[in-house]
Design a protein around this ligand. Sequence first.
Ligand code: UT7
Length: 349
Amino acid sequence: MNRTKIAGIGMYVPENVVTNDDLTKIMDTSDAWIQERTGIRERRYAKRFEDTTTTMGVEAAKIAMENAGVKTADIDFIIFATLSPDYYFPGCGVLLQRMMGMKEIGALDIRNQCSGFIYALSVADQFIKTGMYKNILLVAAETHSYGLDFTTRGRNVSVIFGDGAGAVVLQPTTKDDQGILSTHLHSDGDSAELLSMPNPGFHAGRFWKEKKPATPSQLYGGLFITPDLIKEEDIYPYMDGQAVFKKAVIKFPEVINEALNANHLKASDIRLLIPHQANLRISQFVQQQMHLREDQVYNNIQKYGNTTAASVPIALYEAWKDRKVKEGDLICLAAFGSGFTWASALLKW
Ligand code: UT7
């Protein structure tokens, strides 16, 4: 059976740089707090009414396709991972298909937030290994800045997130020492609401969990956002940061070890770990737990903040561009986030 290789990679971030000091002008926060707790110095925000999740994804895709040496007509399947789509529906996959003038190929949207890229990679891997597709375009992009609460009330969430896109072209390879070795996917819906944006939504899950009947207005309040049914803060993402942090530092090492064990490899074999860029403190904790050297873990959250699904391909692109990833290197990708969902992938570049 074929293996799946990353034949080309690309990224795009908007030009607009927003520093921590810029944020202090609109909310009660400080550069010191943000850097100390997250490592973030600045992030990029999309240009209003110009950049969207799809347009940024298209820019990243063009670079990935150029690096892979493929044309639009060669792509036979699209996968788009995002939590911040242009429309509630349809998804960004079809918008990208239209914008790039692609053939009437399949377009799949993945809704797995921070682990979206690795989930998407796993799906693509199955299609390539079975021979169904030969050139899959996988795009992961986010436009967080349009939907964050920029008042002091929302500061624990809004200072973290940034906008951007990453993309890869996936192809089959017959080389033994190249390609995806394995992917590992997990979820625990028990904590779904701890990092969530329930609106627009039906809210039935929450009432089911609390085992109490919901009134029709509670159920419909999310789906049809009307001022009389919903409070202003209900339209923004919610995060219990400490709870997410505590779970992340357990699940990252667990899912990385799972991948290593499945392939009879050790942490010292990893040339580069690319963790989802959630928080520099989480990455540093994982590095210590896994007994990895600093040069074995790639971080660029300092420049871009947390770009959710896009963070792994953006970091992988920069690592590759900086020549930190070379042919034959063992790369580990890992992510944890909303859902909760978490995932890892091991691949030989
Ligand atoms: O990618 C998705 C997965 N997400 C994550 O992995 C995020 C995981 N969690 C985290 O990264 C951290 O929990 C945060 C960075 C979000 C928050 O850091 P924390 O150390 O957990 O802070 P906290 O939420 O416990 O808040 C501590 C204090 C509070 O003030 P009091 O109650 O102690 O007076 C907050 O109100 O810091 C305050 N605070 C802020 N102060 C200045 C919260 N956000 C800010 C802010 N600026 N932006």
